[in-house]
Design a protein around this ligand. Structure first.
Ligand code: GDP
Ligand code: MG
Length: 178
């Protein structure tokens, strides 16, 4: 018998880093240059065949512009089992906000065993590398390990770089928790 696992996954980070674009790319295989702030609570569903008996229903929660205040409500975090923390590699301030977002996440949700929910760090807009601040970025490998991320990826929602890989890494970590 097949059974389903519903996973609530959050996509957090500063305004304009590409959260909505990453979700759209992953779920609908599209990208648009046009900036449209998300209105209302929004989530998208992606169904992933996992192993023989298990189907994963990945529920990706977008933010609705509230991220401009730098944190989200407990209701938004409630029952989340994982998160993508996104920054824009062309804007240093969005990288500096990463730890604030990780702190917001860990203060408002945890696994039932009290451990932090798995979080993957995304350095988005890597297609803009030439405008980027890569040399100024601390080594993400060390950074992500030090601050408790289960992995990190340079991504581009525009070019579809590493989006699937980042999601697969997160889901693998979530599914290995229990
Ligand atoms: P959000 O506020 O975090 O949801 O960010 P959006 O997804 O709305 O994206 C903000 C802007 O960045 C939009 O103009 C997007 O087209 C653009 N954008 C998002 N991802 C990428 C990317 O990977 N590369 C480039 N070049 N632009 C991106
Ligand atoms: Mg958005």
């Amino acid at each position: 018998m097949q059974h389903e696992r519903l996973l609530k996954v959050l996509v957090i980070g500063d305004l304009g880093v590409g959260k909505t674009s990453i979700i759209k790319r992953y779920v609908h295989q599209v990208f648009s240059q046009h900036y449209r702030a998300t209105i209302g609570v929004d989530f998208a569903l992606k169904v992933l065949p996992w192993d023989l008996p298990t189907v994963v229903r990945l529920q990706l929660w977008d933010t609705a512009g509230q991220e401009r205040y730098g944190n989200m409500t407990r209701v938004y975090y409630k029952e989340a089992v994982g998160a993508l923390v996104v920054f824009d590699m062309t804007r240093l301030s969005t990288f500096q906000a990463v730890l604030k977002w990780k702190g917001d996440l860990d203060s408002k949700v945890a696994l039932t065993n009290g451990r932090p929910v798995p979080a993957v760090l995304l350095a988005n807009k890597c297609d803009q590398r030439r405008h980027g601040l890569c040399p100024k970025l601390p080594k993400l490998e060390n950074f992500s390990r030090e601050y408790g991320f289960v992995g990190w990826f340079e991504t581009s929602a525009k070019d579809n770089t590493n989006i699937d890989a980042a999601m697969a890494c997160l889901v693998k970590n979530i599914m290995s928790v229990e």
